[in-house]
Design a protein around this ligand. Structure first.
Ligand code: KDG
Ligand code: MG
Length: 402
């Protein structure tokens, strides 16, 4: 079998997506998600100008060899653009392999380790009352695990507060909007939020919270400690994780479980966090961490240290990535949880898929390959729209992490 054609489809059915399509000489095709939120066109160029010419004529069944060829062969290793491009090729090759053998990708990965995949939904509101109603809504839908974010009194546009019912999409068309931030107000407010959440919903639901890289290690330690009575499933991205040893300090002070990794691209970004057991969940995802092949290696390292997976699954990961993540989640032994944000109706129509959601759990389906396709004619009706994630400044105007 040979790859005879390849193209990159850029579309914006509600938000931007970059999709790689590889076509083989036996008439099958494979899809990979290469979306890098706010920097989409850099990956398009990487794929079109530097990767596709290398793939024509290659045997698509040589998945590991192609991964190494693109990683080692580039000389310039790692980084989000390179790894998103390699990730897309890898996903497409697993998709082709599954179709060629007539099996869903999870069967190629060792078969299912569980019946269904636990996912978490996103409840948010402008204030605590609105947030409690959003949590209630997810509970009614059967979700066992819910991320809870809330507007901070006195701050406009806090991270994680969605737009509309069950819908969250932070990227905005045009130039990036700027938000204001106060760590002091945030740290005072969040324990009150979870006090109200636990009082209303009792001990059973699993609650998560995302601090979105905004704290210092000692601030994160204080937050983790103050949230211990509310037994979070995890506290996500408490600090910017470039400084991996910063987690040692957080760990000395709190037993609140920690989850990190949505912006990581390779195992080297989380090696220390894993082998020192500084985190509990690794959140790297298929699209941004080199595809299914590399994510399995990260999961295998994590398994040795009792760290579980919790793949990033925001709306900027396309249905192709979500499908790939679900095959990975179903098969890998040390799976923890999968993030799930529903896509817009337009996105779901452009990417017809086999995966299903039921009672806060998902399944990738049993179609051969990844079980997701792209309607290219429909995609062409939604051209790329420049859009950026917001920026974040402290109250005095200093740039801060978004
Ligand atoms: O592209 C960035 C978003 O995907 C990110 O901000 C969402 O933090 C996020 C999450 O946990 O889903
Ligand atoms: Mg996050």
């Amino acid at each position: 079998m040979k790859i005879v054609d390849g193209r990159v489809v850029v579309c914006s059915p509600g938000r931007n997506f970059v999709t790689l399509k590889l076509v083989t000489d036996n008439g099958t095709h494979g899809l990979g998600d290469a979306t890098l939120n706010g920097r989409e066109l850099a990956v398009v160029s990487y794929l079109e100008d530097h990767v596709l010419p290398l793939l024509i004529g290659r045997d698509p069944r040589r998945i590991e060899d192609t991964w190494q060829y693109l990683y080692k062969g580039a000389y310039w290793r790692r980084g989000p653009v390179t790894m998103a491009a390699i990730g897309a090729v890898d996903m497409a090759l697993w998709d082709i392999q599954g179709k060629a053998l007539g099996v869903p990708v999870y069967q190629l990965l060792g078969g299912p380790s569980r019946d269904r995949v636990l996912v978490y939904g996103h409840a948010s509101g402008r204030d605590i009352d609105e947030t409690l109603r959003a949590v209630e809504r997810y509970r009614e839908l059967g979700y066992q695990a819910i991320r809870v974010q809330c507007g901070i009194p006195g701050l406009e546009g806090t991270y994680g507060v969605g737009r509309g019912d069950l819908y969250y999409e932070p990227a905005e068309p045009g130039l990036p909007p700027e938000r204001r931030w106060s760590t002091e107000r945030y740290l005072d407010f969040v324990p009150e939020l979870f006090d109200r959440v636990r009082a209303e919903f009792g001990p059973e639901p699993l609650f998560l919270h995302d601090a979105h890289h905004r704290l210092t290690p000692i601030e994160a330690a204080r937050l983790g400690k103050s949230l211990e009575p509310y037994r979070l499933f995890w506290l996500e991205d408490p600090v910017p994780a470039e400084l991996q040893e910063g987690f040692r300090l957080i760990r000395q002070h709190t037993t609140t479980p920690l989850a990190v990794g949505e912006v990581f691209n390779t195992v080297y970004d989380c090696q220390q966090l894993i082998h020192e057991q500084l985190i509990d969940y690794i959140r790297t995802t298929v699209a941004h961490a080199g595809g299914i092949s590399h994510l399995r290696k990260i999961a295998s390292l994590a398994e040795l240290y009792q760290v579980r997976t919790g793949c990033h699954g925001a709306t900027d990961l396309s249905p192709v990535c979500l499908a790939a993540a679900l095959h990975f989640d179903l098969s890998v032994h040390n799976f923890g949880i999968q993030e799930y944000m529903r896509h817009s109706k337009e996105t779901d129509l452009v990417f017809p898929h086999e995966y299903t959601l039921e009672g806060g759990t998902m399944h990738p389906g049993d179609a051969p390959g990844l079980g997701v396709d792209i309607d290219e004619e429909l995609a062409a009706q939604y051209p790329y729209q420049r859009a950026y994630l917001p920026l974040n400044r402290k109250l005095d105007g200093t740039m801060h992490s978004w």
